[in-house]
Design a protein around this ligand. Structure first.
Ligand code: ADP
Ligand code: MG
Length: 617
């Protein structure tokens, strides 16, 4: 084997020198802040929780100790794209990395399992839903990994909007291959976005007993934060005036909805090289926009939250928020993209009271009341009932009913069969759902408090994440610490009127019915809006539904759900199938314009759906 000299199988030898490994295997000259300490702790076999901002270099904190411990590091990662990216990077460095997820065929996965069992892998990346496959954990347990890394670990916490039931099962399965009888395989949990409550939940869910916690690096010394109150109609003009100074570009403007992103982009584009970026654009166009921005050909991107993941542009001078973000975690993540080069940069947040109302509206829509979920739960028993029969007992429209069912399922209150028959689940759903809903409301509260509070903005952020090593000094540069140095000071008292918004869609920011882009992080693009109202080329609600096509689509969905062992509505909701049946898209582009479809759904199911539609012509 090519690397057998670097990876002796014996566990008896002393751990390899971490610094030497850093240079020879990863090609880095030095550790970044905290990396060495974390790597040493993880290599020593302690369970570890690591919370550091995006871009801080968390991956190294499992990749390096894994090599040092000699053996295979098992990496649990929630997103296929992230996984593919990491594996490709490691393979380029001649490290033996492989992955198992739903995008790979059976034979590929089988070969990866063989390589794992033969000890031919340094890293095995696995999607959390794999643990639902019978026998998978047992297969892994046949050869003990030397380290287990849980990436994006906030997904395991029931407090978060990214909560993934598949991650939840990890807690059950980990003991199987941690071998708790002798020295257990250490686990390292990594995340960029966990408040103290979420941190505690991760520790609890993963069954850490005596763990080390590293919560670091949230203070940004070159970033000056400003908060400005402005009504939605005045915001495009304000943004334009602010970005007119070329020294404030390149810039990212975060908009609450796709529509707002497009309208602000068109306001700016007569004055500076600007483009919109959101999940409703074809993948090719998004890639092109991103590339042009990275290359400096575009100076301003007006984006929904879909933009920014993995964007490594060091010289962004300004990050502007055109509306109140849905959580401090999301806000921090987004402003963190400014000034990666260490030069002075600004984050400007525009908001007004109406933004909070908007978030509350979306909360009620996305998280139906406990009482509504209760209506469904009460109609269920041990004998399976048809979904449409149960639906009669819930006072909600179709769209809300689908959400009620999904939430109840996520929290264990209902079992869903392949034919969408429902059986009563566990009564504990109410507590956990209520906790999640309250947490979401709390996130909105905290964000509102952040803009209202007269305390140093940076200090508020550092405290929010519970960075206890921080010296707790005022930043000296935010609008609270240094009001006279605000770049927005020159615009105080200036009235702005956005002519476009005025003439066509007054108050559009506040009234938009798109899904708000704030407050959802990693898998936001997995759940595109199913609301038909704002979609281009959406179906006409009064048009007749072609029943045959709809039934063909349902049959396909049923098979797909069975194959993955999940309820049909997790593949696609009824509303999405109805839209496809009505619109009959004939290309991926056309499918992307159908309500309920974003790039990730199109990538996953596009070809299959288009195939079914074309057969029914
Ligand atoms: P995170 O997971 O914390 O968001 P990553 O692990 O993806 O961050 O690392 C961000 C970038 O920093 C990557 O391109 C990585 O190669 C680079 N990086 C990590 N550690 C170092 C280091 N010690 N020296 C130089 N670059 C590093
Ligand atoms: Mg990462």
């Amino acid at each position: 084997m090519q690397f057998s000299d670097v990876h002796p199988v014996s566990r008896e030898e002393a751990p390899l020198d971490l610094r030497a490994l850093l240079q020879t295997r990863f090609g880095f000259a030095a550790f970044r802040p905290y990396q060495e300490e974390v790597c040493r702790t993880v290599a020593s076999g302690r369970d570890t929780l690591l919370v550091m901002p995006t871009g801080a270099g968390k991956s190294l904190c499992y990749q390096l100790p894994g090599l040092a411990r000699r053996g295979t590091t098992l990496v649990i990662s929630p997103l296929i794209a992230l996984m593919e990216d990491q594996v490709a990077k490691l393979q380029k460095q001649s490290l033996r990395a492989e992955r198992i997820h739903s995008g790979r065929d059976r034979e590929e996965s089988r070969e990866v399992c063989r390589a794992y069992l033969d000890g031919r892998l340094d890293y095995l990346f696995v999607a959390p839903e794999r643990f639902r496959v019978p026998g998978f954990s047992q297969m892994l347990a046949r050869r003990r990994p030397t380290l287990i890394a849980v990436d994006e670990a906030h997904c395991i916490s029931q407090w978060g909007h990214d909560f993934r039931p598949d991650y939840r099962m990890l807690g059950e399965h980990l003991p199987l291959f941690r071998d708790l009888t002798s020295t257990p395989t250490p686990v390292v949990a990594l995340t960029a976005t966990a408040t103290p409550a979420v941190q505690d939940d991760i520790v609890l869910q993963l069954g850490f007993r005596d763990c080390s916690k590293f919560i670091h690096g949230f203070r940004r010394t070159n970033l000056a934060i400003e908060v400005v109150e402005r009504n939605p109609s005045a915001r495009p003009g304000f943004i334009e005036a602010l970005l007119k100074d070329p020294a404030r570009r390149p810039a990212i403007v975060y908009a609450p909805t796709r529509k707002t992103a497009e309208s602000i982009a068109s306001t700016l584009s007569s004055k500076m090289r600007t483009a919109a970026y959101h999940a409703g654009l074809p993948l090719r166009e998004r890639d092109a926009v991103q590339e042009r921005f990275l290359a400096g050909d575009l100076e301003v991107i007006v984006a929904t939250v879909a933009f920014g993941m993995g964007v490594d542009k060091a010289d962004i001078r300004t990050v502007l928020h055109a509306a109140l973000p849905g959580s401090v975690e999301a806000y921090y993540q987004e402003i963190g993209r400014a000034g990666r080069d260490g030069l002075p940069s600004r984050a400007v947040l525009l908001q007004a009271f109406i933004d909070r109302k908007q978030h509350e509206f979306f909360l009620d829509r996305d998280y139906p009341s406990v009482a509504l979920l209760g209506q469904l739960f009460e109609t269920l028993g041990d004998r399976p009932v048809d979904k449409f029969a149960a639906r009669q007992h819930v006072t909600a429209n179709d769209e809300t009913f689908e959400r009620v069912l999904e939430k109840l399922w996520l929290h264990g209150g209902v079992g869903v069969g392949a034919e969408e028959q429902l059986v009563r689940g566990n009564a504990t759903w109410a507590r956990s759902y209520d906790a999640q809903r309250s947490h979401r409301l709390d996130q909105i509260d905290r964000m509102s408090r952040f803009v209202r509070t007269n305390a140093c903005r940076m200090l508020q952020l550092v405290r929010h994440f519970g960075d206890r090593n921080d010296a707790a000094a005022r930043c000296g540069s935010c609008d609270i610490c240094a009001p006279r140095e605000r770049i927005t000071a020159a615009l105080d008292g200036v009235a702005f009127e956005n002519s476009r918004a005025k003439s066509s869609r007054k108050g559009a920011v506040a009234r938009d019915t798109d899904r708000p882009s704030r407050g959802r992080a990693v898998n936001a693009s997995d759940k595109p809006s199913a609301r038909g109202t704002a979609k281009r080329g959406g179906e006409d609600d009064t048009s007749e539904m072609p029943i045959e096509l709809f039934e063909a689509l349902r049959a396909w969905r049923r098979a797909e759900a069975q194959r993955h062992g999940i309820p049909a509505f997790r593949i696609l909701p009824d509303s999405a199938l109805i839209s496809v049946a009505k619109v009959r898209p004939s290309s991926e582009e056309a499918l992307l314009a159908v309500a309920g479809f974003g790039p990730s759904r199109v990538a996953k199911y596009g070809q299959q759906l288009l195939g079914i539609v074309s057969q029914q012509r």
